[in-house]
Ligand binder design. Structure first.
Ligand SMILES: [Zn+2]
Length: 210
């Protein structure tokens, strides 16, 4: 998802407010997220087993854990690619390089732009994929990368209309199934992590999520 938009007025103002809390391990932004860390850790361990049998909610939690590990300064988003119940790639946003979670996951899976490899793949993303088509942004949006890569389905958690625009319609027009996870707590979690921006993630959390 998009991270390169944090220099827009809306996100800059959010970023400035959160700068006040940067580097603290006790910020109110992190307090809401802390209870999820242990569950994320359990899901990470489960995903490493041979027959994990993870649910949609589990995969979204894994995507959220990837988002938490992405660098500060931009909207934090994570993505995992799943085929036949197994993870084939994961990634997080690296906004400064204009690399978004979906693109990162596709690259890590070795399937960026290769529809034959993504035939039965579901992408789980912590925020709805960005869509900047026709908005003058000089690089591809995640919706474009997903469409070109022939992903079968996208399941996302949070919504952000600033980056999502008409992305869901765009994906559907390319034959991709799209759904928001039907768990309000996970929807909010994805949005909260995205909006952490400059808030530092405690080193102890990063260790738990390795
Ligand atoms: Zn994106």
């Amino acid at each position: 998802m998009i991270h390169a938009i944090s220099n827009t007025p809306i996100l800059s103002s959010i970023s400035s407010r959160q700068n006040l809390h940067a580097s603290s391990e006790e910020t109110p932004f992190l307090t809401d997220i802390k209870p999820w860390i242990q569950r994320m850790k359990q899901v990470i361990q489960k995903s490493r087993q041979n027959s994990p049998g993870l649910s949609d909610q589990d995969w979204i939690l894994l995507a959220c854990s990837e988002a938490l590990k992405s660098p500060a300064g931009w909207g934090r988003v994570g993505a995992v690619l799943v085929k036949n119940g197994k993870m084939m790639g994961k990634g997080g946003s690296i906004g400064g390089l204009r690399i978004h979670a979906e693109m990162d996951a596709l690259k890590n899976a070795g399937s960026l732009g290769i529809p034959e490899l993504n035939k039965d793949v579901t992408a789980y993303v912590s925020l709805q994929p960005c869509n900047f088509r026709d908005s003058g942004v000089p690089f591809k949006s995640c919706c474009q990368y997903l469409a070109e890569s022939g992903i079968k389905k996208v399941v996302f958690a949070g919504i952000d209309p600033r980056v999502g625009k008409n992305g869901i319609d765009f994906l559907k027009s390319h034959g991709i199934q799209v759904q928001q996870i039907q768990d309000p707590k996970l929807q909010v979690l994805g949005e909260k992590i995205f909006n952490l921006l400059d808030t530092s993630i405690p080193a102890s959390w990063r260790k738990e999520l390795c």
